[in-house]
Every structure is written in C-alpha cells, then in structure tokens.
Design a binder for this molecule. Structure first.
Ligand code: SAM
Length: 256
C-alpha cells in the first residue's frame, strides 16, 4: 500500500527506481560541506541518498503531509525543512555556491526555472529532472521548433547539458510523459553581456510572442529595419533563427 496518496495538483510522481536515483546522485556528486538544497523532496527518494553523502541538507516542500513524513524519517540536525512554495522561496538567503537539485513538479517547472534564474550568480550548479520535452526546449539550438523563449532566456544565463533520459516507469504513479535530467551551470557574470537584462527579457518575449512573424513585425515597435540590418540581422528572419548573441546585439543597440 502507498504511504501517501499522490496529489496531482502538486505534480507528485515519486521516484521508485533505485538505478535512476543512483544515476542522479552520481551526476550531482555531492560531497560534505556542499551548500545543497533540494526542491520538492516528496517521500525522500533522493533526499536519503543525498544525505548519506552530505550529512546535512536543506529542502523546500509545499505538501504538509509529506513534510510530516520527512520529519519522521530524518532528524532536524541533518535535514532543514523549509515549508512552502518554491516559486515564492527566497533563495538569496541561502548563501553562495548554492547547489540546487530537484525532481520538479511538471506543472510549475517553467516558472520555477525563471524564478531560479534570478539567483544564478549565487548558484554553483543545478540538476533537475524535468519533462523530456522541456529539456529538449531548454537545450535547443536556433533553427528548430523547439528553440524558443525558454531556450534563449536560460542559455543566456546557463551552460546546459542534457544528462540522461528517464522512462515514465521510474515513477509511481507513472506520468504520461518521459523525463530527462539536465545540468545547469551559471555563466560567470562577465559573460552576461546584455546591458539591460529587463529589456533582454522584453525583446525575447516580443520576438517569440508571434514566432511565425518576421522580426521587422514582432520587434517593429522597438527597433527599425535599418538598425536590425546594421547589426547583421535579417529583418525578415523569424525569432527562431536568432542566436542568443543576436538578441544581445539587439538589446545593446537599443540600450546604447
Ligand atoms: N523528490 C521526490 C521524488 O523524486 O520522488 C518527489 C518528486 S515529485 C515529482 C514533486 C515534489 O515537489 C512533490 O513532493 C511535491 O509535493 C513538491 N512540490 C510541488 N509543488 C511545489 C512547490 N510549489 N514548492 C515546493 N514543492 C513543491
């Protein structure tokens, strides 16, 4: 019998494959002293093996029933539990060199990635299990249908590596989709070349807002055809043809 009835609204699919758990822990390679936080520990499938390597760990979990279970399983000297919504959690208070790990709830994965991107400069690395299609979009190159706002916004800030696929049967209950593990390592501050990052976000959003339209239309209210051409960007191209560096060029020209 299940020790907890999975809640759909919290995206609860619990890892039940020891091989996948071991593969994630090996990808993270935690060592004592690491400043590591796990998002959504659930019943502790990853938490236990991570704790074995680390001795001490922090988690953020939203489900009170699961928190009660975690408190029974792990002592407070080893596991510090933050009760609440990871989307609202202030990661700034956790210090530098932060390592973030999570088998993320699929229903909030994109907003959570955007939320975490704000703390990138204090993060050492992040390892996430996500829906395979989301990982495909995160690591996509320009020119294809998978390349979009998520790819550009995250690739600007992080080096990303798809680690390995995870079949649906590795979870209970099995989700309807396959998953994959991705590693995200923040780029150093001096590699972030956009002069105005809010503007960068607005330009990328506008360009992909109507992704079948040409840049001269989607960005028409922001930048002229001649200015685009002067940056070596074809005004008749579509957003999906632009590299991250092209978006940076547009932003810096507008910010100049
Ligand atoms: N880590 C566990 C595992 O691998 O078996 C559970 C993974 S399950 C896919 C997602 C976990 O995130 C659940 O424990 C769920 O309650 C928790 N969760 C869902 N939404 C959350 C949120 N907004 N903030 C923090 N935790 C959340």
């Amino acid at each position: 019998m299940r020790q907890h009835v999975p809640r759909k609204r919290f995206g609860q699919n619990f890892l039940v494959s020891p091989d996948i758990v071991a593969a994630i822990v090996a990808a993270v390679t935690p060592v004592p002293g690491d400043n590591l936080i796990e998002i959504g520990p659930g019943l502790g499938a990853l938490t236990g093996p991570l704790l074995e390597k680390l001795g001490r760990l922090q988690v953020v979990e939203i489900d009170r029933d699961l928190i009660a279970t975690l408190r029974r399983k792990f002592s407070p000297e080893h596991l510090a539990i933050h009760e609440g919504d990871a989307l609202k959690f202030d990661f700034a208070g956790l210090g530098d060199g932060l390592r973030v790990v999570g088998n993320l709830p699929y229903n909030i994965s994109t907003p959570l990635l955007f939320h975490l991107a704000r703390y990138a400069l204090q993060v050492r690395d992040m390892h996430f299990m996500l829906q395979k299609e989301v990982v495909d979009r995160m690591v996509a190159s320009p020119g294809g249908g998978e390349y979009g706002r998520l790819s550009v916004m995250l690739q600007y800030r992080f080096e990303m590596e798809r680690m390995f696929p995870v079949p649906a049967e590795a979870f209970d209950p099995a989700p309807k989709v396959d998953s994959a593990v991705v590693r995200m390592v923040p780029r150093p501050a001096d590699a972030l070349l956009a002069r105005d990052e809010d503007l960068f976000g607005r330009v990328v959003k506008a360009a992909f807002g109507q992704r079948r339209k040409m840049l001269r239309n989607t960005l028409g209210g922001m930048i002229g055809v001649a200015e685009l051409a002067a940056l070596d960007i074809d005004p008749t191209a579509r957003a999906e043809e632009l590299a991250v560096a092209d978006f940076v060029k547009v932003v810096n020209s507008l910010a100049a």
